[in-house]
Design a protein around this ligand. Structure first.
Ligand SMILES: *Cc1c(COP(=O)(O)O)cnc(C)c1O
Length: 408
């Protein structure tokens, strides 16, 4: 918040030395060519454990067990891993979380399931600041089923609040689709408050956790959440294209149906029988054969998250984003850079977006130097700070490099 013109207080070295999670950055693969990785919220770094596990999986699990692997553990993995995600990062008791498909497909299934459960209601609430896939999927479903979209247009540097929702919620609202942490601004929405508000109006809520799971405290069971989905390649470090997860609250599972009726979610997958009947329990939300290889790396990251604990991870996340804002105020704001993320850490996830009209070329110049943030249209640089792998030194290097580019 305050500017610190003194170059010594600006220095990251002491902050890294005092970090209670200082042992963790070295548990990730760190290529010397990458000097600062500031995009762990688009694709997390691999853990060093994953580097070994992926190789041994081929020779030992796949190569050694072959088809027997399905009976031994793979068939149950979408649910056992779902339970572990529930325990470690989601605040969800067992039997409500599954792993599989891409986020886009899981969103499609859960939105359709929610609308099936509210057949007499015709409206879906979503915001223009939501991630493209979320908006596109909802648009497609609305066209398919003849539903109406109610759009909220949040400010560029914030997100959806209870007040926004009060203005559009009616007895016709079937579903609210909202991101826990907004992908551009980093705004952290009030999950318990908004969920309660929706329930007062008889609506369901589907929370997208892509930018929050693993870095922000999430208590799906306690906060009354109906449905949630998220990806595993951002802060859960599952690797490119690792499968997504979905959460369905216990009380909804047996009454909800999803539209992609596949054999792996049917009542008797191996009887190859004539008609589809959904399996009892959360398995009914699975469609086809799960990606076992894709689910390997996230398990190593979950191990690290379990060691560190979400409270310590969140504390480091807040310290990293506060530091990024301090440096931005000191070095970049005087050069015309605007902060497009919340200033209050209680309303912020683990990334900070800053805007300047020359950031498209600045970002390209940084990438050439091995400094890797993310560019977000129209002219934002997004600094994604993954608490277990990002050091304060990386934050300092990144922001000083942006300063140098702008200054010349
Ligand atoms: C990253 C992200 C996605 C990605 O969807 P995929 O199907 O995994 O490509 C979807 N929604 C949000 C909010 C995201 O941040």
């Amino acid at each position: 918040m305050t500017t610190t013109p003194d170059a010594t207080t600006r220095d990251a070295t002491e902050r890294d030395a005092a970090d209670s999670l200082a042992a963790f950055p070295n548990k990730f693969v760190r290529s010397p060519e990458v000097r600062a990785y500031l995009d762990g919220n688009s694709l997390g770094r691999p853990t060093t454990a994953s580097a070994e596990q992926l190789a041994s999986f081929v020779s030992e699990q796949w190569g050694g067990r072959l088809i027997r692997g399905w009976d031994e553990s793979w068939y149950e993995l979408p649910l056992t891993l779902g339970d572990r995600l529930g325990r470690t990062v989601l605040g969800a008791a067992p039997g409500q979380t599954f792993v599989g498909d891409s986020t886009t497909v899981v969103l499609y299934k859960l939105i359709r399931a929610a609308l099936n459960a509210r057949p007499d209601r015709s409206e879906i609430i979503i915001d223009t600041g939501n991630f493209p896939t979320n908006r596109y999927v909802v648009e497609g479903i609305a066209a398919e089923l003849g539903k109406t979209l109610r759009w909220i247009d949040p400010p560029l540097d914030a997100g959806i609040t209870a007040d926004h929702l009060r203005a559009v919620l009616t007895e016709n609202t079937a579903l609210i689709m909202i991101s826990h942490v907004a992908y551009r601004s980093g705004y952290l929405a009030d999950m318990p408050g908004i969920t309660a508000l929706a329930h007062d109006a008889g609506a369901l809520v589907l929370w997208d956790l892509c930018h929050s799971a693993g870095v922000v405290e999430t208590q799906l069971d306690e906060w009354g959440v109906d449905l949630a989905a998220g990806c595993t390649y951002k802060y859960l470090n599952g690797g490119p294209g690792s499968p997504a997860y979905g959460y369905v609250r216990q009380e909804h599972i047996e009454s909800m149906t999803q539209p992609i009726q596949g054999w792996m979610g049917s009542s008797t997958p191996f009887e190859m029988g004539p008609g589809y009947l959904p399996h009892h329990g959360i398995r009914r939300f699975i469609s086809g054969t799960p990606s076992i290889i894709g689910a390997l790396a996230m398990q190593d990251m979950l191990g690290l998250i379990e060691q560190a604990g979400i409270p310590a991870i969140r504390a480091k996340s807040v310290a990293l984003t506060e530091y990024a804002l301090e440096l931005t105020d000191e070095l970049l704001v005087p050069l015309g850079v605007a902060v497009s993320s919340p200033r209050d850490s209680r309303e912020r996830g683990s990334h900070v977006t800053i805007d300047h009209e020359s950031f498209a070329s600045v970002n390209a110049a940084l990438w050439k130097q091995g400094i890797i943030p993310d560019f977000r249209r129209p002219h934002g640089i997004r600094l994604g700070l993954s608490p277990l792998s990002t050091t304060f030194a990386e934050v300092q290097l990144g922001i000083e490099a942006i300063h140098a580019e702008l200054a010349n």
